[in-house]
Design a protein around this ligand. Structure first.
Ligand code: ZN
Length: 195
C-alpha cells in the first residue's frame, strides 16, 4: 500500500481511530484497490466513503408547487423542496414520499424521476422526482412553514440550494409533458451556490 497526504475531507482528522481495533487510521491505497481510502493498517479494515443519496420531489398542485421553509440548519429560514436522506431499506420513491409526509404532511403521487444531481464536493447524489400533491399540506417539524407557490410567487432570492432551483426550472419546463428526459447535472466546490 502507498501512503499519501490526507484527502480534502478531513474525516480522519475528525475520526482518527479505527472503530474496529482503535488503531490509527491512514489514507492509503488498500492492496488490490486503485484509489485512496481511509484504512486501518492494524486490522486492515477499509472505511469506504460512498456518496449519500438524497431523495426529493417537485410536487405540483395544479400550477402551484409545494415548498417548505427550513426549520433546521443548514440554510434555516430558506425555501426548499421536500427532500432528505434516503433511509436503509427504502426505495428512492418511498423515501421521497416519506420526506414529503414528514416535512409537509403531504401525500404525494409520483410521476417519475425528474433529475439526478451529483454533488461531488459534499459526496452526495440527489434523486429528484416529479409528482403531484394528493392531500392537504401543513408544516412538519423540520419546516417553519409550507406553501403552494405559483411560479411567480416562488421566493427566488430565498431558495436554500442550487439543486432546488435546477429541479424547479426543469419541472416547470416538462410538467405538461407525459414523458421527459431525466436531467443530469453536476456540481462541485467551484459551482456558485446560487447555481
Ligand atoms: Zn483497525
Amino acid at each position: 500500500m502507498s501512503l499519501e497526504k490526507p484527502p480534502p475531507p478531513a474525516l480522519h482528522e475528525r475520526f482518527p481511530f479505527c472503530a474496529r481495533c482503535g488503531g490509527r487510521i491512514v489514507w492509503a491505497v488498500p492492496e488490490g484497490d486503485n484509489r485512496h481510502r481511509r484504512m486501518c493498517p492494524g486490522c486492515d479494515q477499509v472505511f469506504y466513503e460512498n456518496p449519500q443519496v438524497v431523495v426529493g420531489t417537485v410536487a405540483f398542485s395544479g400550477p402551484r408547487v409545494l415548498m417548505c421553509r427550513r426549520a433546521i440548519e443548514p440554510q434555516r429560514g430558506l425555501w426548499t423542496l421536500p427532500a432528505g436522506y434516503l433511509e436503509a431499506g427504502e426505495s428512492p420513491a418511498d423515501g421521497a414520499r416519506r420526506e414529503a409526509q414528514e416535512e409537509a404532511c403531504a401525500t404525494l403521487r409520483l410521476r417519475g424521476l425528474l433529475g439526478v444531481y451529483t454533488l461531488t464536493h459534499i459526496n452526495q447524489v440527489q434523486l429528484m422526482f416529479l409528482g403531484e400533491v394528493a392531500s392537504d399540506v401543513a408544516a412538519g417539524p423540520e419546516s417553519l412553514e409550507v406553501a403552494l407557490f405559483t411560479r411567480d410567487e416562488i421566493p427566488d432570492s430565498d431558495i436554500a440550494f442550487a439543486t432546488v432551483r435546477w429541479a424547479l426550472d426543469y419541472a416547470y419546463a416538462v410538467k405538461d409533458q407525459s414523458h421527459w428526459a431525466v436531467q443530469e447535472r453536476h456540481k462541485d466546490a467551484r459551482t456558485p451556490m446560487a447555481g
